[in-house]
Design a protein around this ligand. Structure first.
Ligand code: PLP
Length: 432
């Protein structure tokens, strides 16, 4: 990485742009907010963009002919273009609005289900799945990128397979090479694990998948908010991420797709706005992306997401990535040098970003979480919607600290101190 990390003064200026941090930092009772992987705080620019839109320009986008509708539709489609440019889509039409990443992944899995139930559109044959075909995922997936594929396999008779994780919760290119077969039709995996922080070698994986003719689906929830991501350059067929993890609003997520694949994917949810012609017997659908956006859209959330992309771009995501990496190194060093703390995922920090999850020997994660909460350290405890991964690691839950572009060294140190405090409090200290 060649970009320069933010200076402490720049981080402080960034924090001042977030009402949440400004309020707490000024009052001096600030929590250490280390839960951005679950949901991020929003800068005033995002909150203001939503409010301004609702106060001055709210109208039913893509419906009707008034100037007001035209203006609102312009804001809605402008945000689509901004998101497209941000993630390396060649055209805005490659960006489909969804409720969140979970919904975006379901649009693909359910759509392929429709294609196989005789409800396809022109070109849907490319998604044909049946007995003998395979859907491949990894054991490290978030449930959002696991259950939709389990169900698609059950519906179509395809075989559901997965790449088992290694002892540290990671998996490698070689593991993928061994698991991909000429029968693999779909390969779905996370760019960055929400438990181990492991960064998958996406471009190489896409190449392997292409060689056997498999469609790739990337869960980019934990990458897009933290590092510059170019889906076009990576070559993925589909990708999904959520607005609320990247300084944007709740209720808005994104599905990215390669044009020819989106064109061949039937809509699983149907209704008003997404159609060209409807009779009492049948319906014909719009081209993507509107085909996948039936009903009234979350317009102010879309406008807010556009503002979030603008904020991140101005802040400089490449510099944020360097800064965040330094914080992850600090976390990993603090965890690995403390006896009794088990770091989940690679100790080699060049393989990970964004977060660290730990298991504290002799203390349940919920007890750790309660202790940390009392110290004002906000983290996520539990299985983080990745039960199979925790099971593979021989635990049921862990404690996760995640960083973002506003995180400070002090917040990281408070987390590490609080973990050690929890060990002492619960009598679980381990001598070196
Ligand atoms: C890796 C990963 N995938 C998918 C999701 C689901 O995101 P959402 O709940 O916003 O749909 C998350 C969120 O926790 C995640 O971390």
């Amino acid at each position: 990485m060649s970009a320069r990390a933010f200076t402490p003064a720049e981080v402080s200026d960034l924090r001042a742009a977030f009402p949440y941090f400004a309020a707490h930092d000024l009052s001096g009772d600030g929590p250490a907010y280390l839960d951005a992987a679950a949901t991020s705080q929003r800068p005033a620019a995002v909150l203001d963009a939503e409010r301004r839109f609702l106060e001055t320009a709210n109208a039913a986008v893509h419906r009707g002919t008034s100037g007001a509708v035209g203006e609102a539709t312009g804001a809605f489609e402008g945000a689509r273009a901004a998101v497209a440019a941000f993630v390396g889509a060649a055209t805005p039409e490659q960006i489909v609005w969804a409720e969140n990443a979970t919904d975006a992944l379901n649009i693909v899995a359910l759509g392929i289900g429709e294609a196989n139930a005789g409800l396809g559109v022109a070109g849907s044959e490319r998604f044909a799945l049946g007995a003998g075909d395979e859907i491949l995922v990894t054991e490290a997936e978030h449930h959002a990128n696991l259950i939709p594929w389990q169900r698609l396999a059950a519906k179509t008779g395809a075989t559901f397979t997965y790449i088992p994780v290694r002892e540290d919760g990671t998996w490698t290119l070689d593991d993928a090479r061994a698991a991909l077969t000429p029968r693999t039709k779909i390969f779905a995996f996370a760019h960055v694990s929400n438990v181990t922080g492991y960064v998958a070698p996406v471009a190489e994986l896409v190449e392997l998948a292409r060689a056997v003719g498999a469609v790739t689906v990337l869960d980019a929830c934990q990458s897009v908010p933290h590092i510059p991501v170019d889906f076009g350059a990576l070559g993925v067929d589909f990708a999904a991420f959520s607005g609320h993890k990247m300084l944007g609003p709740n209720g808005i997520g994104v599905l990215y797709g390669r044009p020819e694949l989106l064109a061949a994917l039937p809509p699983a949810r149907t209704g008003g706005s997404a159609i060209t012609r409807v009779t009492m017997e049948s319906a014909e659908f719009m081209p993507p992306p509107l085909r996948f956006e039936p009903g009234t859209q979350p317009v102010s959330q879309v406008v807010g997401l556009g503002a979030a992309v603008d904020f991140i771009t101005r802040a400089d995501l490449a510099r944020a990535a360097v800064r965040e990496h330094e914080l992850v190194e600090r976390l990993v060093a603090g965890i690995t040098e403390t006896p009794g703390l088990r770091l989940l995922g690679p100790a080699d920090t060049s393989q990970r970003i964004a977060l660290t999850a730990v298991s504290v020997a002799g203390v349940h994660a919920h007890d750790v979480g309660q202790f940390l909460d009392e110290q004002g350290v906000l983290v996520r405890v539990g299985h983080h919607c990745a039960q199979p991964l925790h099971r593979a690691l021989g635990i049921t839950s862990s404690t996760r600290a995640s960083v973002h572009l506003t995180t400070t060294e002090d917040e990281v140190d408070r987390f590490l101190d609080a973990l050690r405090g929890a060990q002492r409090y619960f009598g679980a200290e381990v001598s070196a």
